[in-house]
Design a protein around this ligand. Sequence first.
Ligand code: SF4
Ligand code: SF4
Length: 297
Amino acid sequence: MDHATFAGLCEAMERRWRTTRAKDPVAAAIAAGRAYFKKLGRPCAPVGNGDAKTASAGTYGPIGLTCPPACPYMDNGCYAQQGNCALHEARANALAEARINAAGVAMVAGALELKRARLHVTGDGALPDGRPDIAYWDGLARVARWVRVRYGGGGAWTYTHIDRALFAPLHGWLDEAGVFVRFSDSWEWGGAIALPFEMFRDFKRETGTRAAKCPAQLRDTNCAECKLCWERPDLVIVFDPHGPQARLITDASPAVRWLRQRGSPHDRNLRDVATAHARWLRLRRVQWRSLLGDADR
Ligand code: SF4
Ligand code: SF4
């Protein structure tokens, strides 16, 4: 997207947003943005108006083609492969241009309400070999900068399963442009993990991590109000696996596997009790044998 196209997109969306009588002016603005690209003959990936949790516009990319092959949830519980997400994902275009155009629509829609957009609700920003798709991230950064200049706010946030070491050189540059990216399944700075909330305390104790449970899973709030994901990179965000795929997600989660392998303090206590009990039984057996032996003699 060049700057003239971006300016045309903003005008089309702002006009619809100001003049529409629809109940949801942001949805109307998104429709105008998508129609704008259609009129230009340019591709645009699906853009949604958010759900109760995000309450922000979001984009959808194809799963598999844009996901790092090492993602442990692919075909193994990934939420993006279920329900409404899967319906949007099925229409998603793998072209970087289509996903950047969609991000432009989502970021402008977000900025109209001074919100951040949620990028790739489905999919990621990787090449088939797992490296970051530089053309895609570069396009996002460019659009995010234009959005910030025009509206004085907005931007976007998202998560990635791309290897942290490979993504690190892009991270600060994207953040500075207005796109905050969390590292999925990482419990270092700027990370996010899937972990049943009942393991939260053990996990914090074992890792010494500063972490927060996603507030939207605890009370009636949403990302637009909460903002933890992009304002508090010092906190690792913990998501409680839920829904029909909860068991698969829990078993595939690297944080859960790490904790299970290491053994939580609770498990270790149980193991200690079991070991002490077995030792006591052995001792009793020896005592009984020696007593019976004594009686036989
Ligand atoms: S990278 Fe994200 S969208 Fe892709 S399979 Fe993994 S969890 Fe699903
Ligand atoms: S921690 Fe806050 S911003 Fe992040 S997903 Fe949960 S509600 Fe949204």
